[in-house]
Structures are given as C-alpha cells and as structure tokens.
Design a protein around this ligand. Structure first.
Ligand SMILES: Cc1cc2nc3c(=O)[nH]c(=O)nc-3n(C[C@H](O)[C@H](O)[C@H](O)COP(=O)(O)O)c2cc1C
Length: 190
C-alpha cells in the first residue's frame, strides 16, 4: 500500500495546524488510500540546524529516524502554518537537514492559518525551497483558513462548508505524482 508521511510543522505551544495533520491521517486511512503516519516536529524536538545529516559524525536517533521515514515514504504532505508570511523555522530546520532523501519525492503542501487567507503567502516561498532541494512539488494546494472553525482538536471537520472537491483534487494530484514517479522508475529498471 502507498505510504504517505505527513509532516506536522508547527512546534508552537497550543498549535492549531496539527489538527490538519490529524485530519489527513484519518482521511487517508479511513478511505483506504494509503498507510499514513505523522512526522510531528514538536515530538522530534530537533536542535537548531548545525550540519546536514550526511556530514554529521554522530547523528541523533531522532534525525536518523526522520530521514528513514522520509526516504521510505512514497509521498509527503507538509502541513505548514504561515508565520509572518513565511514557513516556520522548524520546517526549514528539517528540510536543510536532509539532502538526497528529498530527491524526486512527491510533496504536497497544505497551508494553514487562523485568518481568512489560509496561508496564501507561505506557499510561494515553500514551493521555491522544495524545488531547490529537488522534490517533485504537487501542483495543487489545500489552504486551510480559519483553522479552528474548520477542524476540532482531533482533526474532525466541523461546520458546513468543507471544501470536499478541493480536498479530493489535492489528494488525486499527489497520487498522480506518486504514480508518475513509480512508472519512471520502472522504465529505468526495465
Ligand atoms: C509568529 C506567528 C506569526 C504569524 N503570522 C501569520 C501570518 O503571516 N498570516 C496568517 O494568516 N497567520 C499568521 N499567524 C497565525 C497562524 O495562522 C495561527 O497561529 C495558526 O493557528 C497556524 O499556526 P499554529 O499551527 O502554530 O497554530 C501567525 C502566528 C504566529 C505564532
């Protein structure tokens, strides 16, 4: 079965974007779309970046675990809050930590905010960063505005206007990229 890792980027006390990570895990699993796991940056509690993992002499278990999970995933969903128009330092910290693990990795981005715009500004800088580190960025977005109105603390959708169509398109595009990558790898091997 397809394996998806969901990176929950906010390490803020009282964070709200983690609700979206919980939602995606449930959505993928309950619909039998994928095996999903959350890579929770608050739990990993990584120190501030000092060097890329591949050059570290004695890497921590946490860093090795994170790298293995990213590498073995077929695709990644990044849940990012928007902080002052950009991504949180916690996310840049782990993107810089890895190198080849990101290569050709299908990555979909869900931006989250408490305001009306759903993190419309952070998508721009994050896409550039992911392009630079050579991921395959998925050409669909899932912005979540007013996050606490849209999801409860357990990641269950609340309210009446859930964007079902946008969600299914977002997930469909991610799976398209995963399939495209897999076919290319089969061509190379065959
Ligand atoms: C340092 C900081 C900067 C923020 N900047 C923005 C912003 O530029 N745009 C926005 O819509 N929300 C902004 N917010 C509010 C977040 O959208 C809100 O905290 C949301 O719940 C997502 O972040 P969280 O997962 O850390 O809770 C900011 C919050 C913090 C803590």
């Amino acid at each position: 079965m397809t394996k998806i890792s969901i990176i929950s980027s906010s390490v803020r006390e009282g964070r709200n974007s983690h609700r979206v990570a919980l939602f995606f895990k449930k959505y993928l699993e309950e619909n039998n779309l994928a095996e999903a796991e959350i890579l929770d940056l608050a739990k990993y509690n990584f120190p501030l970046f000092e060097e890329r993992l591949k050059y570290q002499k004695s890497p921590t278990e946490g860093a090795l675990d994170f790298a293995t999970r990213v590498k073995s995933s077929d695709g990644i969903i990044i849940i990012t809050p928007e902080y002052n128009g950009g991504y949180p330092a916690s996310l840049k910290n782990v993107i810089d930590l890895l190198s080849d693990e990101w290569y050709h990795k299908p990555v979909a981005i869900s931006t989250v905010s408490e305001g009306n715009f759903g993190g419309a500004q952070v998508i721009i800088s994050l896409q550039f960063l992911l392009w630079k580190i050579r991921t395959l960025t998925v050409p669909a977005m899932f912005p979540v505005p007013n996050v606490t109105d849209m999801f409860d603390e357990n990641g269950n959708p609340t309210g009446s206007s859930f964007p079902e169509k946008r969600l299914s398109n977002f997930v469909k595009e991610l799976f398209w990229c995963i399939e495209a990558k897999s076919r290319m790898e089969n061509v190379k091997e065959g």
